[in-house]
Ligand binder design. Structure first.
Ligand SMILES: CC(C)(COP(=O)(O)OP(=O)(O)OC[C@H]1O[C@@H](n2cnc3c(N)ncnc32)[C@H](O)[C@@H]1OP(=O)(O)O)[C@@H](O)C(=O)NCCC(=O)NCCS
Length: 153
């Protein structure tokens, strides 16, 4: 099941983020800042939460891209390790795309890196029809590019 974020969800999302070795401590801190923005009602950040076995098992955080008419950024997606491979990320992205469409959105951008930590995420974006539109070499660090995926709904 996918539902909107609720005030009491923060700790469960923090536990999922902290328990995931894909994210460094500074990345977890940024992820939590964005969640706090969504909880505070900042319209730039929207969170959808995945529920599996009656527990929070992951989330997607997205929002409208500044200075664009109909483009959105998918900023973060994570599914708790034990709940992976069951279609939760697919359901989260599907619900996000439906919500973006309902708001008149047309384009979705996702940025990630080619590091081993994000191999599942890259597979996910490819499977869900997000082609790589741009690659900036050495962006994150020497040898670590920025990959920009871009889907037009
Ligand atoms: C990426 C992630 C969100 C995928 O979550 P998930 O719920 O396991 O994904 P799903 O079960 O919905 O899979 C959807 C599709 O992605 C593909 N996919 C997902 N994980 C994959 C993996 N490890 N290897 C290959 N393909 C994978 C599957 O092929 C699947 O397509 P299918 O349904 O046609 O078979 C999860 O692995 C995760 O949280 N990773 C760590 C966090 C991260 O890197 N987040 C992104 C950066 S912010």
């Amino acid at each position: 099941m996918i539902r909107d974020l609720r005030a009491g969800d923060r700790e469960a999302l923090a536990v999922i983020l902290r328990g995931d070795e894909a994210f460094r401590a500074d990345e977890v801190a940024v992820a939590l800042e964005l969640i706090d923005g969504a909880l505070a009602g900042d319209p730039d950040y929207v969170v959808l939460v995945a529920i599996a076995d009656e527990q929070i098992a992951g989330y997607v955080l997205y929002g409208p891209t500044a200075m664009t008419r109909a483009t959105f950024d998918l900023y973060w997606i994570v599914v708790e390790r034990r709940a992976r491979g069951r279609g939760l990320a697919r359901a989260l992205v599907g619900a996000m795309e439906a919500a973006i469409r309902a708001r008149g959105g047309r384009n979705i951008r996702v940025e990630t890196s080619p590091s081993d930590a994000h191999v599942a995420a890259r597979k996910l974006y490819e499977r869900l029809g997000y082609p790589i539109a741009v690659e900036l070499p050495d962006f994150y660090a020497p040898g670590e590019a920025l990959l920009t995926y871009y889907k037009q709904l």
